[in-house]
Design a protein around this ligand. Structure first.
Ligand code: MG
Length: 377
């Protein structure tokens, strides 16, 4: 198949899956061998099965869409992933279309990461998760060529990783109680709020455990005075911070809230990439960095540097995704105040082994690149 035919067939997820080998089933690696000394990208859409159906007001989800990526260079395979929650505007078709439009075979030196990733970013606007999948796979290739994990390449100390939080969603009192039971291995609990029954949820959790809470309102509070009252109430109940309390458009109100809040206010939906940090200064105390928003590890690292210079708090988050993307995010964990890296725990049949949670703490594998190895099916 020539390049034109490949691009044509790679524009839809279903057809792309026939072009690229089904790695997740433990089958043979890529059909097409790379030209020696050139980067060769391949990708495969897949639906990740959730351990528990995920219910929101409008529907119930049993699977989450994902695209697995491989980047080959001289026989070394780098793994990457795009995970795409519906609210970020990407889907398997858009990711496959974007990846199919790339020509990475023009690059012969994977160490020219800046040049390669600037090209990827220039091909089309947005497509952040698609761009992240290439960034992750390239980091994996380069780390493997160097024989070192990325936390080592960045000069970070793996023992400085924070504890990760484990998330309890908005649910019935019975389910909340059951979820609190499941938080036993974790030292920090993240609670989703933003509805009428918020205080009841917190009271249930507090009746069962005094572990520190992170509270994520996901833009659910609409009134700054009520938000401030709620934050004071939470502050008396061992809460570490509040994430995205108000809608992202309510910038003046969030700045007002931040001035008065006894707890740090963290931006999530408000910001995606490096330039967004400028808008967050003075409005939020910190930022939640996610690789699928930042276009990958390279820009995430730059975001850390800028946020540190602005004396902002740092948090690393993830989507519902495999250990591939979660372990990539974990490489940055030693730089973070807080980590919310539980996305891989929500899926069945994780195709990778990578980062582990040991006594509640993010624990990095001592393996080159991202440090993930495929689990043979
Ligand atoms: Mg959030």
């Amino acid at each position: 198949m020539n390049r034109r035919e490949f691009l044509k067939t790679a524009t839809t997820g279903v057809v792309a899956a026939t072009v690229i080998s089904p790695w997740l089933g433990g089958c043979a690696p890529s059909v097409t061998r790379s030209q020696s000394g050139r980067l060769k990208l391949s990708f495969q859409p897949c639906d990740l099965k959730l351990k528990h159906p995920f219910t929101v007001a409008v529907n119930t989800r049993t699977h989450t869409p994902d695209v697995q990526v491989q980047l080959e260079y001289d026989g070394i395979i780098g793994y990457g992933e795009a995970s795409m929650p519906p609210y970020l505007g990407e889907n398997q078709e858009s990711v496959c279309k974007f990846l199919g439009s790339l020509d990475l075979s023009q690059f012969t030196d994977p160490f020219r990461m800046d040049e390669i990733l600037e090209y990827v970013d220039s091909v089309a606007p947005n497509n952040r998760a698609a761009k992240a999948s290439v960034d992750l796979a390239l980091h994996d290739v380069v780390g493997k060529l160097l024989g070192a994990p990325w936390y080592k390449i960045w000069g970070l100390s793996p023992e400085k990783t924070p504890d990760t939080s484990f998330t309890i969603g908005i649910d019935t009192p019975e389910v909340v109680r059951q979820k609190v039971e499941e938080t036993t291995p974790y030292n920090i609990i993240k609670v989703k709020v933003g509805v009428a029954g918020d205080k009841e949820t917190i009271e249930i959790i507090r009746s069962m455990t005094d572990k520190p809470l992170c509270v994520d309102a996901n833009q659910g509070w609409k009134d700054k005075e009520q938000a401030l009252e709620m934050i004071h109430w939470l502050n008396e109940r061992n809460t570490l911070f509040v994430e995205q309390p108000l809608p992202k458009e309510m910038i003046d109100e969030t700045a007002w809230l931040r001035e008065r809040s006894p707890l740090p206010i963290i931006a999530d939906e408000f910001l995606q990439r490096l330039p967004d940090i400028k808008r967050a200064e003075g409005v939020y105390d910190g930022i939640n960095i996610k690789l699928m928003k930042s276009t990958g590890m390279r820009e995430a690292y730059q975001m850390v540097t800028l946020a540190k210079a602005l004396d902002m708090k740092l948090m690393i988050g993830c989507m519902t995704e495999t250990s591939c993307a979660v372990t990539a995010a974990a490489q940055l964990a030693p730089l973070m105040h807080w980590a919310d890296l539980d996305g891989n725990l929500l899926i069945e049949d994780d195709p990778f082994e990578g980062m582990q949670i040991v006594k509640g703490k993010v624990t990095l594998p001592d393996r080159p690149g991202l440090g993930v190895i495929p689990i043979k099916g």
